[in-house]
Ligand binder design. Structure first.
Ligand code: PLP
Length: 433
């Protein structure tokens, strides 16, 4: 459930009428509901309470400082995938001992910082990465905890771009390589290799793939223990699906009920890394209709949000419900329409051939379910400043990231003197790259 609901045919975020915000904040902008965010976090926490898990919110789904701060303040840890996410995590006061770090391509510099900051776990995805971490720990005279990310060879029914646990994918280690690493663990005297990690994909709507993956991992753990190798942690990743359209994903309770028996038997500390489940339906993208255009074959609603603001439809053919901020009620007429952005790409659409209420130029629309992988995947493509982000907290809205300006678009750029320098753009230095 989320807190974007109609009252008297006006769409509200909690108790605040969204149209009132749109009169003050330039569109497009993202709008988050604090109550929804916390509610989803608490749902997982309650469902998994019997194993007292550490819930590390996956920052890649939404790394807005206020979103992350709200969850950290509530007790969440963070799942990071880059030095940039670590930087943002520390900025908002996240405790390093609640941060876990996955990525197939961590650089030595990123690893070095994460060791020095004392994060909880590196989720290691290759044997070479392990060697780098060991060498850096040795140089720093530090120890660090390691989880090996297992690729269990499970194919969940989700989009191929967000499938990460099949044997053809770049993520994680197969059981045999992981087993070899455990056998050679003494070669890594600065590492405590005491955890296993998995993340089999995203927007997984049924529990079977998780159960199947854990059923493969459980005997592997038993086998390690039989050899005297301790496994104290299991990180089961994220991946829980949410409702975008007509899907009926497992609830947090159903998910927990299915896998808790396996987890309890393993007698390990449990870590989860949900992203979309917490942030997805906590955010909407508010956009204004610029033009309504009819061609012999189609009817287009051209809005001021483009694929640079929300790339999911272009990238995954993702469905997002579209609601007018003001609806007419019973007399509504529905028309089949394409909702498209202003970007020079045919992939720049938000909905295709969708039955939508008749809208007019100047009307405001909410693109629903865009709190995860919305702003965090946005870009400046077509030299478009990125949208503002706002959050409703206890009856008031706050701008939590201002809209970018044209100055932001050229920040960091410079022109070599040889080309003549405009007075507005700094000349580039002669530094070797
Ligand atoms: N953990 C890891 C390692 C991931 O790669 C991802 C997403 O790609 C997540 C957690 C979060 O996934 P989701 O947003 O589907 O919960």
């Amino acid at each position: 459930m989320h807190r974007f609901l109609y009252k008297n045919n006006n769409l509200y975020c909690e108790t605040v009428k969204i149209e009132d915000i749109a009169h003050k904040v330039e569109t497009p902008f993202y709008l988050y509901s604090y109550a929804t965010l916390l509610d989803h976090y608490r749902k997982i926490k309650r469902a998994f309470a019997p194993v007292k898990p550490l819930i590390c919110f996956s920052m890649k789904s939404n790394s807005n400082l206020t979103v992350c701060r709200a969850l950290v303040k509530e007790g969440a840890g963070l799942d990071i995938v880059s030095g940039g996410e670590l930087y943002k995590a520390l900025k908002i006061g996240a405790k390093p001992e609640k941060i876990v770090y996955a990525s197939v391509g961590k650089t030595a510099m990123e690893i070095d910082t994460a060791i020095k900051k004392g994060i909880l776990f590196f989720n290691v995805e290759s044997a070479s990465e392990l060697v780098i971490i060991e060498n850096l720990c040795k140089r720093l005279n530090r120890r660090t905890k390691i989880s090996l990310r297992i690729n269990p060879g499970i194919r969940p029914r989700t989009h191929r771009f967000v499938t990460t646990g099949i044997s053809e994918s770049k993520f994680g280690l197969d059981f045999s390589t992981a087993g070899e690493i455990f056998a050679k663990r003494n070669a890594f005297p600065h590492l405590d290799i005491i955890g296993l990690h998995m993340h089999i994909g995203s927007q997984i709507t049924n529990k079977a793939p998780f159960v199947n993956a854990l059923r493969k991992i459980a005997p592997f753990i038993k086998n390690l223990r039989d050899k005297g190798i301790s496994i104290n942690y299991i990180n089961i990743g994220g991946g829980m699906g949410i409702i975008y359209s007509k899907e009926r994903p497992q609830t947090a309770k159903e998910y927990a009920r299915a896998i808790l028996p396996i987890l309890k038997k393993l007698k390990v500390k449990v870590i989860l890394e949900p992203g979309r489940f917490i942030s997805g339906n906590s955010g909407v993208l508010i956009t204004r209709v610029l033009y309504v255009k009819k061609t012999p074959r189609r009817r287009f609603i051209i809005v001021d949000a483009g694929m640079n603001d929300l790339i999911r439809p272009a990238l995954y053919d993702a469905y997002h419900e579209i609601l007018p901020l003001r609806r007419l009620g019973k007399v509504e007429t529905f028309i089949k329409t394409d909702v498209v952005g202003p970007i020079c790409e045919s992939a720049d659409y938000l909905a295709k051939n969708r039955r939508l209420p008749k809208v007019e130029e100047g009307d405001l629309l909410a693109i629903m379910g865009t709190g995860a992988y919305g702003f965090s995947m946005s870009s400046n493509y077509n030299a478009r400043p990125r949208a503002a982000e706002a959050m409703v907290i206890k009856g008031r809205y706050y701008i939590v990231r201002r809209r970018e300006t044209y100055q932001d678009l050229i920040r960091g750029e410079s022109i070599p003197r040889i080309l003549g320098t405009s007075s507005k753009v700094p000349p580039s230095s002669m530094k070797k790259i």
